[in-house]
Unconditional design. Structure first.
Length: 102
């Protein structure tokens, strides 16, 4: 499994970066692999990132405010509970937090 690097571009954690070598959950609750408790617009269990055969997949876990992929300056909202393959170097938005996946 390859590493995934997440760089926070905007939001309460702007400037922070994280590296993971495994599938992760993202959310406000501290039990998540990437816990973002200062962003109150993020659900407790918001999204999941999987790395499968060097591909990145994201799943919105039925969050209140949704998970978005930013493409060509547009927000594309993901359907809840459906795993979506996204390209490397994608930018996602969850709550007020914008994350670059590398």
């Amino acid at each position: 499994m390859s590493k995934i690097k997440l760089i926070i571009l905007a939001g309460p954690y702007e400037g922070n970066s994280y590296e993971f070598e495994y599938d992760i959950t993202i959310g406000r609750d501290i039990s998540n692999d990437l816990a973002l408790p200062l962003d109150l617009t993020i659900s407790r269990k918001h999204a999941k990132l999987n790395i499968i055969n060097n591909n990145i997949y994201i799943t919105d876990l039925g969050s209140t405010n949704g998970t978005f992929i930013i493409t060509k300056n547009k927000l594309e909202k993901l359907k809840p509970n459906i795993e979506t393959n996204i390209p490397k170097s994608s930018i996602i938005k969850i709550g007020n937090t914008v994350i670059l996946l590398n």
